[in-house]
Design a protein around this ligand. Structure first.
Ligand code: GAR
Length: 219
């Protein structure tokens, strides 16, 4: 994609909360580590910290409050309108805690990424850190993947693996994983804007070669 256009890739980030991953990507853009620009941050919750962070980076913000719509379809249709106003090349889900309709997912197929705090395909859904602790796992981590219609089930791009320590609780494990989130999400976005990532028949490719099931792993 990058080679066809002189301008930085246009990135729209969807958030529901703190926005620390959005900030990591915004910092990478600001430092020109990746040739992209976050053109808008859209939240489904008003007054979250991520909106404040976006304003500090002088990024346009918008709120599409899911509680104002009577159905998922109606919410997603309004979200699509808010996103498409910014003509994005890439849509980044960064702690966006809504289940999306198939129509929404299909619209941005191959150009929508998500970050999930587990070593997918392990622990789709919620409470990932506690589930890893309860299972006695020795390793935990985080995954960036393409978004598909299967919740947390799209093709993996990159994972960071961290150790689970004997005295970990949910909070300590979450903090260790989050440090890695802020490393791997900017990397995945960089690869995307450089045109190195693609999705073909549900599989992720890096430099035209299929990625392993777990994606590229940083240990
Ligand atoms: C991150 O830990 C991310 O992995 C998780 O939400 C957090 C958002 O933090 N995402 C999910 O659980 C998605 N299923 P942030 O708002 O500070 O980036």
């Amino acid at each position: 994609m990058k080679s066809e256009k002189a301008e930085p890739a246009r990135i729209v980030v969807l958030i529901s909360g703190s926005g620390s991953n959005m900030q990591a990507i915004a910092e990478s853009c600001a430092k020109k580590e990746l040739d992209g620009e976050i053109v808008a941050v859209i939240s489904n919750r008003p007054e979250v910290m991520g909106l404040q962070r976006a304003k500090e980076f002088e990024i346009a913000t918008d709120v599409v409050d899911h509680t104002e719509f009577s159905s998922r379809e109606e919410f997603d249709a309004n979200l699509i309108r808010a996103i498409d106003e910014h003509t994005p090349d890439l849509v980044v889900l960064a702690g966006f805690m809504r289940i999306l309709t198939s129509d929404f997912v299909r619209r941005y197929k191959g150009r929508m990424l998500n970050i999930h705090p587990s070593l997918l395909p392990k622990y789709k859904g919620l409470n990932t850190h506690q589930r890893a602790l309860d299972a006695g796992d020795k390793e935990a981590g985080v995954t960036v993947h393409f978004v598909s219609e299967d919740l947390d089930g799209g093709a993996n791009i990159i994972q960071a693996v961290v150790p689970v320590l004997d005295d970990d609780d949910e909070g300590t494990l979450r903090s260790r994983v989050q440090i890695q989130e802020h490393v791997i999400y900017p990397i995945a976005v960089k690869w995307f804007v450089e045109g190195r990532l693609s999705l073909n028949k549900g599989d992720a490719y890096f430099d035209d070669k299929p990625l392993p099931i777990q994606g590229l792993q940083l240990k």
